[in-house]
Design a protein around this ligand. Structure first.
Ligand SMILES: [Zn+2]
Length: 478
């Protein structure tokens, strides 16, 4: 019987949501499927949905995908463009499995719009779907989602009834698509844990109620899974609450690296990504002619600081020859920053310490990590009548909800090794389905399946190996 994989993607799930439900015995079907394999899964260095899922699909760190946040920098501007499936490109496992003759069905995942036109992969886009793009790449799938009333806006709701029926609809759609195809890899995404965490706050009871619904649906689906189906549940990052926040813009201002033109800024007319107007060259709040470093993005305990380098940004003032030293100075100052005698920033690193690959040079130069009870903000701000104003001060107290680094992984098979990373999803799926793992993958196969992974056989002949061994022995290494 051929091997198959079913993946349940739960955005933002971790020990505090799914772990609690399992512990209370509220997810017996999931418990049966994953036995005792529930372990933390480390997200990307900025633990943010598009970056993490892109790394999960490709097996690559963001330096090889270019997807670091919701936006990718537009060269020689201070703006970003929203990422989409084109940024995953041909290197996602959907495409590569299909190219290897495997049938894929995928429902609701982010970074899947426009749905890739891949023969052999039936894809239904998720909540980040491009408004003008079709929701599926397949006529039959389109008729199924229309007849079942699939609505991507379910994921933005906090209404128990809407969310509940959205879960049921999504399970019905994947079951229907699985009936249609002799599938090899089927995958279903649910976003309510992350969405409700942001809207209702950490530990909200509705999440637990909906996890029970998810488990009931999962039980019905599991009964239809053929033997020899490997089951994986995973998330892209975790979710948590924080007692304090660290505002990177205010810190940079206090240290003299950044100058603000104004303390207030208007809300986005289009309701777009916060921060865009904030960064705008002509209308934004930053005085670029006097700014050497600025915060590009912040999530959970992480923030990225870019240098306003001449030649890279339209109003860049940092001499490219001085950029390396300036980054070093800022890193040292970040590490030395304290509040009431305690460290705020527990680590700060150059981008090259976290990423490798052709897109690394697009990324901000510095990445910082805050103390466990602190979340990072681009700039803490508060609403005014016609927009926002920046709150004075660097550290603010309160109750903040944001992402955590560790999501979760559970599977019907035992995990090999420890320290799972989000990139391991793609490589494990390849191995389970007996498809060659791309030699440049950063993830590794975590299943007991022994599919050859890139560095398999020795490139040396037996004679060559003997000569090299002798050399190493003479040097005292062997
Ligand atoms: Zn997410």
């Amino acid at each position: 019987m051929k091997p198959r994989v079913f993946i349940l993607g739960l955005d933002g799930a971790d020990d505090s949501s799914v772990g609690v439900a399992l512990q209370k015995g509220k997810m017996p079907n999931l418990q049966r499927l994953i036995r005792n394999t529930l372990v933390p899964l480390r997200s990307t260095p900025l633990p943010i949905t598009p970056a993490a899922w892109t790394s999960a699909y490709t097996g690559y760190n963001p330096g090889k995908t270019g997807v670091l946040t919701f936006q990718r920098r537009v060269p020689n501007t201070y703006r970003g463009r929203i990422v989409n499936s084109a940024d995953v490109g041909d290197s996602g496992f959907h495409t590569r499995l299909a190219a290897a003759g495997k049938a894929v069905v995928s429902v609701g995942f982010p970074m899947m719009s426009p749905p890739p036109e891949v023969a052999g992969a039936v894809i239904v886009s998720g909540w980040d779907a491009r408004p003008s793009a079709p929701l599926t790449n397949n006529a039959r799938a389109t008729s199924i989602i229309e007849s079942m009333g699939y609505r991507i806006d379910d994921e933005f709701s906090s209404d128990a009834g809407i969310l509940d029926s959205g879960i049921v609809t999504r399970f019905s759609i994947i079951r229907e698509l699985m009936k249609d195809a002799d599938w090899d890899c089927a995958m279903l995404y649910l976003g309510f844990i992350d969405g409700l965490g942001h809207r209702l706050g950490f530990g909200n009871p509705l999440t637990q109620t909906l996890l029970e619904r998810t488990d009931a649906e999962l039980g019905a689906l599991a009964a239809t899974l053929p033997d020899n189906t490997a089951f994986i549940v995973c998330s892209d990052h975790g979710f948590g609450s924080f007692e304090r926040s660290f505002s990177v813009t205010q810190w940079l201002e206090e240290k003299g690296y950044l100058v603000l033109r104004s303390q207030s800024f208007k809300n986005s007319a289009s309701g777009g990504i916060p921060g865009v107007e904030f960064m705008d060259l002509s209308d934004g709040v930053i005085d670029w002619s006097k700014t050497r470093a600025f915060c590009w993005d912040a999530v959970g305990r992480h923030a990225a600081i870019a240098l306003n380098t001449r030649g890279q940004y339209p109003a860049g003032i940092v001499d490219p020859r001085e950029a390396f030293a300036l980054a070093g100075t800022i890193i040292n100052e970040l590490r030395a920053t304290t509040d009431a005698g305690k460290s705020i920033v527990t680590d700060a690193q150059r981008r090259e310490q976290l990423f490798w690959g052709p897109y690394t040079s697009e990324f901000p130069e510095i990445f910082l990590e805050t103390a466990p009870d602190i979340t990072a903000y681009i700039a803490k701000r508060r609403r005014t009548d016609d927009g926002f104003e920046i709150e004075p001060g660097i550290v603010h107290a309160g109750a903040f909800n944001s992402h955590q680094d560790d999501g979760l992984w559970g599977s019907s098979f035992t995990i090999e090794g420890s320290g799972l990373r989000i990139e391991d999803l793609a490589t494990t799926v390849y191995a389970l389905l007996d498809v060659e793992i791309p030699p440049d993958a950063d993830g590794i196969n975590r299943s007991p399946s022994k599919t050859v992974v890139g560095a398999g056989a020795s490139p040396y002949s037996a004679e060559e190996e003997a000569i090299v061994r002798k050399r190493l022995e003479d040097l005292g290494y062997l």
